[in-house]
Design a protein around this ligand. Structure first.
Ligand code: SF4
Ligand code: SF4
Length: 82
């Protein structure tokens, strides 16, 4: 019998993202798209004068990459643990 993958078993993968603060324009699109609520409004201004968003490392990020796909500034990198 074939071995079942973690996806078939319903186990979520674990992920994390890195936000390049200097690219962020605080449009908040990534916040809207993240079902895990991993991204929040930031409190630090970047050089362009935007409050760049922040990642909550304890949020249960699945590494789905929806945030990175949505970001118009290509400011998000996604890392996933299989
Ligand atoms: S990879 Fe998915 S779960 Fe993780 S922060 Fe982005 S949208 Fe949220
Ligand atoms: S989608 Fe990109 S530019 Fe917009 S707030 Fe998120 S990281 Fe910043």
């Amino acid at each position: 019998m074939a071995e079942r993958t973690s996806l078939e078993c319903g186990v979520m993968s674990k992920g994390l993202i890195k936000i390049q603060a200097e690219r962020c324009k605080a449009c908040m699109l990534c916040i809207e798209v993240c079902k895990q609520k991993c991204i929040r409004a930031g409190s630090t201004l970047n050089k362009a004068g935007y409050l760049s968003v922040e990642f909550d490392e304890n949020c249960g990020c699945t590494g789905c990459a929806l945030c990175a796909l949505r970001c118009p500034e290509v400011a998000i990198e996604v890392y996933r643990e299989n």
